[in-house]
Design a protein around this ligand. Structure first.
Ligand SMILES: C[S@@+](CC[C@H](N)C(=O)[O-])C[C@H]1O[C@@H](n2cnc3c(N)ncnc32)[C@H](O)[C@@H]1O
Length: 414
């Protein structure tokens, strides 16, 4: 029996090299620690990591995405593709147009999940707002919803009336449903392997409290989680002996929430395309012995590190996407695979060259041109987002155009 009533007292100071939070940020973080302390107590000293991550990111008013902090952009913690360059949205527009053109007018709708600060929505609406019937946004954070509205009012005021913020998933979806860096922000369950000769035990990793501080805890995985993890690892290794392949101490993530989300979208999508853009790999690259600590990462004011137990509510916590698991779940629920490639290839297949040269030609200010060239470089460079970020399209219904995936096909890695 674990000890109860050990509410953590205070956030430890951030490690050297990370900027110190402001007093009001510390106060918010300590309030969130209080919430976590109660949840850990309620779980007899153990809080599953996915539940911990949901509290960190989405507690109203206190969570990372639900609090008042500016998470995106130079003054925040990280930047995403639409903030790097409007060329990202211009290329995406090419593909969206072709998909929507294959649908009857009343189904020419876009649903964006997790629209962040609204930059991409604003850019897409400015470019093609007159070609779509509606632009729906599903966003968990009320604070971000308000920011999205302000951004769209600035970038595409004439189309603001087409935008609706949905409080819950509609029963039926048509058109294009998409998320840029959505799945990486969904809570993940964590597991760890213990091996004894050829036998493997699956442990679930969670969070507890020790001497007034958050600490890692493990417990034996319940049967359904145990078998989901084993299935995923067997798929990734094509049936290899897990003890020999990974060894004791190997730990990684299992994207239960993301998979549940994909299943529910697949079931609701009547006709159209589900488009997901994110960092990640197919299962055989995701679950590698060399990646023995998994892919969980934290971002705090443009510093990346791996400790989610510090700076609670003040830093992003994210994991890479297992695109094989996502694809399998979509196929299981009636979707077909339209394409899977790297972000660089997807953008190039969508006229990146012409769009970029037109854009830069119209850019009169020398400094602006440098900034846009650097943004473009980040989007496609193999060392930045070009290779690590992938684009996956799954479809329901008619045969949809897959020109955005015409070269650089990676479906054999899924
Ligand atoms: C990393 S941000 C990406 C923001 C934006 N798409 C961009 O590219 O800048 C993740 C976003 O997904 C939202 N989010 C996470 N889970 C969600 C869910 N189940 N439904 C809707 N939005 C979600 C977060 O609140 C946040 O806006």
């Amino acid at each position: 029996m674990r000890q109860m009533n050990q509410i953590p007292l205070a956030e430890p100071a951030p490690p050297p090299g990370l900027p110190a939070p402001q007093p009001e940020q510390m106060a918010r973080s300590n309030a969130l620690l209080g919430v976590l302390g109660h949840q850990i107590d309620a779980g007899q000293g153990f809080l599953r990591f996915d539940h911990f991550m949901r509290t960190l990111l989405y507690t109203p008013g206190l969570g990372y995405y639900s609090g008042p902090a500016a998470v995106f952009g130079g003054s925040g913690d990280f930047v995403t593709a639409p903030q790097l360059s409007p060329i990202f949205a211009s290329c995406l527009t090419q593909q969206l147009r072709r998909w929507l053109a294959a649908l009857p007018t009343e189904e020419q709708c876009i649903t964006e999940f997790g629209a962040g600060d609204g930059t991409l929505a604003g850019q897409l609406l400015a470019a093609m707002g007159h070609e779509i019937g509606s632009y729906d946004i599903v966003e968990l954070s009320a604070n971000l919803q308000a920011r999205q509205q302000a951004t769209i009012a600035q970038l595409a005021p004439q189309h603001l009336t087409k935008v609706r913020w949905l409080a819950e998933l509609p029963e039926q979806l048509n058109g294009v449903v998409f998320g840029n860096e959505l799945l990486d922000a969904m809570p993940v369950r964590l597991f760890e392997l213990r091996t004894h000769q050829d036998q493997v035990q699956i442990l679930e990793r969670g969070v507890g409290i020790e001497r007034g501080r958050l600490c890692w805890q493990t417990q034996t995985a319940e049967a359904s989680f145990d078998s989901a993890v084993r299935d995923q690892l067997r798929y990734a290794t094509q049936g290899a002996n897990l003890a020999q392949k990974f060894g004791s101490g190997f730990s990684s993530e299992y994207p239960e929430e993301a998979l549940g989300w994909v299943a529910s979208i697949a079931l609701r999508l009547q006709r159209g395309v589900l488009l997901l853009i994110d960092y990640g790999f197919g299962a055989s690259e995701f679950y590698l012995p060399q990646r023995s600590g998994g892919t969980l990462m934290c971002h705090y004011r443009h510093h990346a590190h791996t400790d989610p137990l510090i700076l609670v509510g003040l830093q992003d916590v994210t994991s890479h996407v297992d695109f094989s698991a996502v694809t399998q779940m979509g196929l299981k629920h009636g979707l077909t695979l339209l394409g899977y490639t790297t972000q660089a290839r997807f953008l190039m297949n969508n006229r990146l060259g012409e769009i970029a040269s037109d854009f830069l030609e119209q850019c009169n200010d020398f400094k602006d041109r440098i900034t846009h060239t650097q943004g473009l470089q980040k989007l496609v460079s193999e060392a930045e987002m070009g290779e690590l970020f992938k684009v996956l399209a799954l479809a329901k219904g008619d045969i949809f155009d897959n020109a955005g995936f015409i070269s650089g096909d990676r479906t054999n890695r899924l």
